[in-house]
Design a protein around this ligand. Structure first.
Ligand code: GLY
Length: 294
């Protein structure tokens, strides 16, 4: 049973979702938050909760992660993901060829423990050696991803837009935190590009001394300001999760002019979410109940 602090918040990416489609994204986030919360409710660890929540979002073709991931310049899928617990154990993959659940491979990297981040074909080799099945781009490609790719190639849509990245952060009943983030990156990115979602302290961070955070938005500016580390530094300075989320996005805008979104849980079990884009779907389950929005 859930005790004490247990809480989870997930996001389905910062961007500009059409009003008519927003309820679908909110429902997807709520389903994923419930998957993660079931782990916490049973007394499970935050690390398993965020992995399961992100897997649910990767399996949902609405989101830019796993099935539904955006296409790179060559029309291929390359995936980024990172998972971390508050003891600073971490695993990540970058520019990973198509696999159904990159976050599960990142978890396997964490458990293996020898390295933190594998990229490209080396990441694929690590995954297949550990029993994960490599897929073809066509197995994960959706019509929506193809449409967006064509629109960016034809310069009818903003390039470098990263709507739909997914993430989850949680605190369990023992007070341990974890964060997980997964994405297809940005539409029409160059082959081999690795974004913030793979990078500790940029798109994903957990630290039992502060909390956990997951970011979404254009990865290059997020990496430049180490956005999630900035947010957790604000928590360490005494800011609550919501204030720290807002501080981080203000700093990103001040230093780079970029817009983004972020979710956060602090070690007191308070959750926060903020975006400077038009929309960011999110859902949270805390001892106070469920909340969701866009
Ligand atoms: N935040 C997702 C990306 O830029 O890759």
């Amino acid at each position: 049973m859930t005790t004490g602090l247990a809480a989870i918040i997930v996001h389905g990416g910062a961007g500009d979702i059409a009003e008519t489609r927003a309820p679908l994204h909110v429902d997807g986030c709520l389903r994923a938050a419930r998957v993660g919360h079931a782990v916490l409710h049973a007394g499970g660890p935050a690390l398993a909760a965020v992995e399961d929540a992100v897997r649910a979002l990767e399996d949902d073709p609405l989101f830019n992660a796993g099935r539904g991931a955006c296409l790179n310049h060559e029309g291929e899928i390359e995936l980024d993901a990172c998972i971390m617990d508050g003891t600073l154990r971490a695993g990540a993959v970058g520019a990973l060829p198509p696999f159904a659940n990159p976050i599960a491979i990142a978890r396997c990297v964490l458990e293996d423990g020898e390295h933190v981040l594998y990229a490209g074909e080396g990441a694929a080799r690590f995954a297949t050696l550990h029993g994960f099945r490599r897929l073809a781009t066509g197995d994960l490609r959706t019509d929506a991803a193809v449409e967006r790719w064509k629109a960016v190639l034809a310069k009818k849509s903003e390039p470098n837009w990263a709507g739909g990245t997914v993430g989850a952060v949680a605190i369990d009943s023992s007070g341990a935190v974890a964060a997980a983030t997964s994405t297809g990156g940005i539409a029409c990115k160059r082959a081999g590009r690795v974004g913030d979602s793979s990078i500790i302290g940029a798109g994903n961070l957990a630290d039992d001394e502060a909390g956990a955070a997951s970011a979404t938005g254009h990865g290059e500016p997020i990496m430049r300001v180490c956005l999630t580390r900035f947010a957790l530094t604000r928590v360490s300075a005494g800011r609550a999760a919501q204030e720290a989320a807002e501080d981080a996005l203000a700093e990103l805008a001040r230093r780079t002019g970029a817009r983004a979104g972020i979710i956060l849980v602090d070690r007191a079990g308070r959750v926060g979410h903020a975006t400077t884009t038009k929309t960011m779907s999110w859902a949270a389950i805390t001892p106070d109940g469920e909340g969701a929005g866009v």
